[in-house]
Design a protein around this ligand. Structure first.
Ligand SMILES: [Zn+2]
Length: 202
């Protein structure tokens, strides 16, 4: 069965999984100490490269937890700090949306160091609600990043995980998925956004 890939929104699956996800999201909304609002295109913070993180403090670790909470509250599987108006190279990912704890991934100052193959799947983004387009991405990537303690590590991912990491790393460089569309398709999307803005639906 084909599944849609929506970023930062998770792939739509069976009703029961969606119900479980909503219950998990609601529990986080109730208990999270602090939730950040996700900003939308064309907020300027989304359109510029973010700064390298140089201080690995307890406050950073706490901020990363707030990012996870904010991501789950928005029903996302990935969130980059610029999306909550913090222009720093921090992103959190959980492609299983709380189903597998080992899937929780924090990438600080990430860099793609190897890539292979191509995949073409539909993406969405919390900062571009309702917009979904097919985007070509690398099928497999290796990323080098730092954790909340500042320790370097490498992570490899394919398919959905590769797509999630590439989508979020793009955010850290001020790139949105619509920037990877053909000019014609991008213009059509921008026209649709302007219409939504005009109707007060954006
Ligand atoms: Zn996004």
């Amino acid at each position: 069965m084909p599944t849609e890939t929506k970023f930062d929104s998770p792939p739509e699956t069976q009703q029961s999984r969606r119900a479980a996800r909503i219950a998990a999201r609601d529990a986080i909304i109730r208990s999270a100490p602090k939730l950040h609002t996700v900003i939308k295109y064309p907020h300027p913070t989304l359109l510029k490269p973010s700064a390298l993180v140089t201080e690995f403090t307890p406050e950073l670790a706490q901020f990363v937890e707030e990012m996870f909470d904010s991501m789950y509250a928005a029903e996302g599987i990935g969130l980059a700090a610029p999306q909550i108006d913090v222009s720093q190279q921090i992103t959190v990912i959980d492609i299983s949306f709380l189903e597998r704890p080992e899937d929780k991934l924090v990438l600080i100052n990430p860099v793609v160091i190897d890539r292979r193959g191509k995949q073409l799947e539909e993406e969405g983004c919390l900062s571009l609600p309702e917009i979904r387009e097919k985007i070509q991405r690398d099928a497999w990537v290796k990323v080098r990043a730092q954790n909340v303690k500042g320790e370097f590590f490498e992570v490899e991912g394919e398919e959905l995980l590769a797509r999630a990491m590439l989508h979020e790393i793009d955010h850290l460089n001020g790139i949105l998925f619509i920037d990877r569309l053909s000019r014609l398709k991008r213009d059509l999307v921008l026209r649709r956004i302007r219409k939504l803005q005009k109707n007060g639906e954006w």
